[in-house]
Ligand binder design. Structure first.
Ligand SMILES: [Zn+2]
Ligand SMILES: [Zn+2]
Length: 242
């Protein structure tokens, strides 16, 4: 519960720097929510049935795996995603990443926690590891969007974010010049892991969008080689299978 001085401070800050709705981008004047209620009712939360591997919405429960997971081997245990990557969310994520709306991370994390906090406890997640950004992109963007989301998740869940263990290297051969198996190897070589605490065995990798899963898969492979036993993948948006 926020104290009255904190509420007043928040309100004054809102007047000076109006908050914008993370969904439509317009100014919001509600004290109680970060998004406009009308927008909130328009976004599509991922609903069951979902792919048992990546967490994407699938048409039929008996299908178990989405089309992509039927073809691809995964090194992580399970993916949990919040929202379907609709046009609305594409615009939201674009403003978040490219137009300096870092504050959207709070809403993404709040909703993720609201829906799935129990799973963090059930899976025994010890830490969040944000998917590292390519150093070149980091230079341009000035922040890593996955790290921003991860920090907000940490604030809300009290589970720490460890950004210091998983790295992405500068120079990688362009994926377009390679065949599928070379691509997999090339991507795995793009990540490296620093010495991990010996007590760390169950983590959640955090990313903004889950598309093909190849990036989180490559991260999972190097983390498993480094001794992590259980890896869950947390994302804010994901496509759907139908
Ligand atoms: Zn809105
Ligand atoms: Zn899947």
């Amino acid at each position: 519960m926020k104290t009255i001085p904190t509420l007043l401070k928040d309100h004054l800050l809102d007047l000076v720097f109006p908050r914008t709705c993370p969904i439509c981008g317009k100014i919001v004047l509600y004290l109680s929510s970060l998004a406009c209620p009308t927008c909130y009712h328009k976004v599509q939360f991922v609903q069951k049935p979902t792919c048992v591997q990546c967490g994407k919405a699938i048409a039929f429960e008996r299908q178990a795996l989405c089309f992509s997971c039927q073809k691809q081997q995964h090194y992580y245990e399970k993916g949990i995603s919040l929202l379907i990557y609709t046009e609305m969310m594409k615009n939201s994520i674009a403003r978040f990443k490219y137009q300096g709306k870092q504050e959207y991370a709070r809403w993404y994390a709040e909703e993720w926690i609201k829906h799935y906090f129990h799973l963090l406890l059930q899976y025994g997640i010890q830490a969040f590891l944000p998917v590292p950004l390519h150093p070149h992109k980091y230079k341009i963007r000035g922040f890593n969007q996955s790290e921003s989301i991860s920090h907000e998740l940490s604030m809300l869940s009290k589970i720490p974010t460890y950004s210091q263990f998983l790295f992405r290297k500068q120079n990688t051969t362009p994926q377009k010049n390679l065949n599928p198996s070379q691509r997999k190897e090339n991507l795995a070589e793009a990540f490296s892991v620093a010495k991990l605490p010996s007590s760390l065995h169950t983590i959640a990798l955090v990313d903004d969008i889950y598309t093909t899963g190849s990036t989180v898969n490559a991260c999972s492979l190097v983390l498993k080689k480094a001794g992590i036993q259980n890896i869950y993948v947390i994302s804010i948006c994901i496509g759907q299978d139908y």
